[in-house]
Design a protein around this ligand. Structure first.
Ligand SMILES: Nc1ncnc2c1ncn2[C@@H]1O[C@H](COP(=O)(O)OP(=O)(O)OP(=O)(O)O)[C@@H](O)[C@H]1O
Length: 258
């Protein structure tokens, strides 16, 4: 982004008392193939950063490294409060990964159950209320629509009470309207979290992200962050949003041609 492209209004994200994520000098090599090199990015505490990039550029690999699921070839990922990241990250992937034989409320409390911890049904019910699924607590996932299932997955993510949330294309399977609804809910409910979300969709990025970063090239590098002004979730026809969405499309198309 050039200075001319800088937004007129600042993003509404204000630093809060939450740990941020610091990615420094990150590199990944599969065999002799360098996927990305020298990635630097700080997600401030309470900030919602969206990562975009063309298919196969290395977005999921980057997220998996942050989640501690893949080992980097170079560099570090740390929390800005100096405490370990392990045990403080909630990860939400493309599939909702609900257990089909457990009820909705049991799925929300799944993490506690798997760790052998005490489950807190009252808290789970409160979260189901926040995603408007209080009446479906005893339903099985097979009885729900795709949008409802993703709302259960969001409630489960919130139940974990982790400061860091990583999301890898969590809404890609939803139709446009349901997707917009779940985007609104996500922007609202994840306000008190430090979030890194991957999407292919420039509109989604512009609606819910405080800052956007694009991974492009071979090996891939991160472009300068793009700030989107105004509170989230943004209206899909917001003028600043439409401008930045066009800018983003151009970067992605140029990156694809590279
Ligand atoms: N375990 C692995 N071993 C070897 N190569 C891998 C491995 N995982 C991913 N890759 C390769 O690394 C590259 C980046 O993959 P990655 O899934 O991170 O991309 P992506 O940007 O998330 O793609 P998409 O948007 O299609 O999900 C791809 O070429 C992929 O084939």
């Amino acid at each position: 982004m050039t200075d001319n492209d800088a937004p007129l209004r600042p993003s509404t994200h204000q630093p809060v008392d939450l740990p941020g994520l610091r990615i420094s000098g990150l590199g990944l090599q599969y065999g002799t193939r360098a996927i990305f090199t020298d990635l630097d990015l700080t997600v401030q505490g309470g900030e919602f950063v969206v990562l975009l990039g063309t298919s196969g550029v290395g977005k999921s690999s980057l997220l998996k490294i942050v989640a501690g699921l893949t080992r980097a070839s170079a560099g570090t990922v740390t929390a800005t409060d100096g405490l370990p990241l392990a045990g403080r990250i909630a990860y939400m992937g493309q599939q909702d990964l609900l257990y089909p034989w457990l009820t909705v409320i049991e799925n929300v409390m799944l993490g506690a159950r798997l760790r052998g911890e005490r489950q807190e049904p009252d808290r789970a019910r409160h979260l189901l209320e926040r995603v408007s699924l209080q009446d479906r607590a005893k339903a099985l996932p097979s009885e729900l629509s795709g949008g409802m299932r993703q709302r259960v997955a969001i409630a489960r993510t919130l139940y974990e009470s982790h400061p860091f949330v990583l999301m890898d294309e969590p809404f890609s399977a939803l139709d446009t309207f349901t997707r917009a609804q779940v985007q609104d809910l996500t922007a609202e409910l994840l306000q008190d979290h430090t979030v890194l979300l991957i999407t292919h969709d420039p509109l989604e990025a512009c609606r819910i992200g405080h800052r956007l970063v694009v991974l492009t090239g071979h090996p891939a590098r991160l472009g300068p962050p793009i700030e989107v002004p105004g509170p989230t979730p943004r209206a899909p026809d917001d003028e600043a949003l439409l401008h930045i969405q066009g800018h983003l499309m151009r970067i992605l198309m140029e990156g694809h041609g590279a």
